[in-house]
Design a binder for this molecule. Structure first.
Ligand code: ZN
Length: 297
């Protein structure tokens, strides 16, 4: 179909770097296996804080040049993961980073948080009807941790999946397509706790402080996890390299990393998901080891 590979995975994220932190192993794995991996990033991450002092001038409150810089970081990260189809929702710069919840940037013109969900979803419908993914990965309704752009990414992805499948929605704009399985990004609590125990045992690495399991987006009780991806050293290495490529946002040190808050956290080389739509491809009580399990390619 469309000359694309049989297996097609779509990931929807808020900012450049979210995809590498959440799904780097998964993206590297499926790209390496020949699946078509499409990343849609909803903003350029213009409001991010900048870690390297030499690049501090890029920040929104100085030159406001972080967006274009992060486009380059994302491209470098995708090269590390072997992903060639990465796009910005509605084109680069169509929607702007909204900043943290409650910030004045939430409501500035063009802010993703202020966008009409159906209008924003319309751009994603076009991608879905073109690429025709069987599997969609996005955040939970809280965006994993309450960031407005992450919440909005969830809403837009969910709405677009619905509209893309509806034959009555813009009948001229591509054949309708129903996504077989939708997953939310998750981290099992036990994995987060074990990771932080490792970090504390190592003396917190080079970071001045340590985050806590509750700071990790998408942490839930282990019982909610339905899929687990990982175990290949090459994919873990690709994820680490992709995270390093987001140098304005992430400081990687061995098996740990920190964001601009300088709090160390474990770098997870296994990734976890909760299936929220579609039929599980593993027996009840067992985790899927393949997001395409049970999907007819
Ligand atoms: Zn983000």
């Amino acid at each position: 179909m469309n000359g694309l590979p049989a297996r097609r995975l779509l990931l929807v994220h808020a900012h450049p770097d979210d995809e590498s932190i959440n799904n780097g192993v998964t993206m590297a794995k499926y790209a390496a296996e020949g699946a078509h991996v499409t990343l849609v990033t909803c903003t350029l991450g213009e409001e991010g804080e900048v870690i390297p002092p030499g690049l501090a001038h890029l920040a929104a409150d100085r030159d406001d040049a972080l967006g274009p810089h992060r486009v380059g970081e994302l491209a470098a990260a995708m090269a590390e993961l072997g992903v060639t189809d990465h796009r910005f929702l509605g084109g680069a710069g169509r929607f702007r980073d909204s900043g943290m919840m409650g910030a004045p940037q939430n409501t500035r013109p063009g802010a993703f948080w202020s966008a009409d969900v159906d209008e924003a979803a319309g751009h994603l419908v076009e991608v879905i009807r073109e690429v025709r993914p069987q599997v969609l990965v996005t955040y939970d309704p809280d965006g994993g941790y309450g960031h407005p752009d992450h919440i909005q990414a969830h809403r837009v992805a969910t709405r677009a999946a619905e509209l893309a499948a509806d034959p009555g929605h813009r009948p001229g704009a591509g054949e309708p397509h129903r996504i077989a399985k939708t997953y939310w990004n998750r981290v099992p609590l036990s994995v987060a706790e074990e990771g932080f125990a490792r970090l504390r045992a190592s003396g917190a690495g080079p970071f001045p402080g340590t985050a806590s399991p509750q700071d990790v987006p998408g942490v839930v009780d282990d019982g909610r996890i339905t899929a687990e991806i990982g175990g290949e050293e090459a994919h873990a290495a690709a994820k680490t390299a992709a995270m390093r490529a987001h140098a304005t946002q992430i400081a990687v040190d061995g098996p740990f990393f920190a964001l601009s808050n300088d709090l160390g956290q474990p770098l997870f080389v296994r990734e976890y998901y909760e299936l929220v739509a579609g039929r599980p491809g593993a027996p009840a009580g067992e985790r899927e080891r393949d997001l395409f399990a049970g999907v007819d390619a």
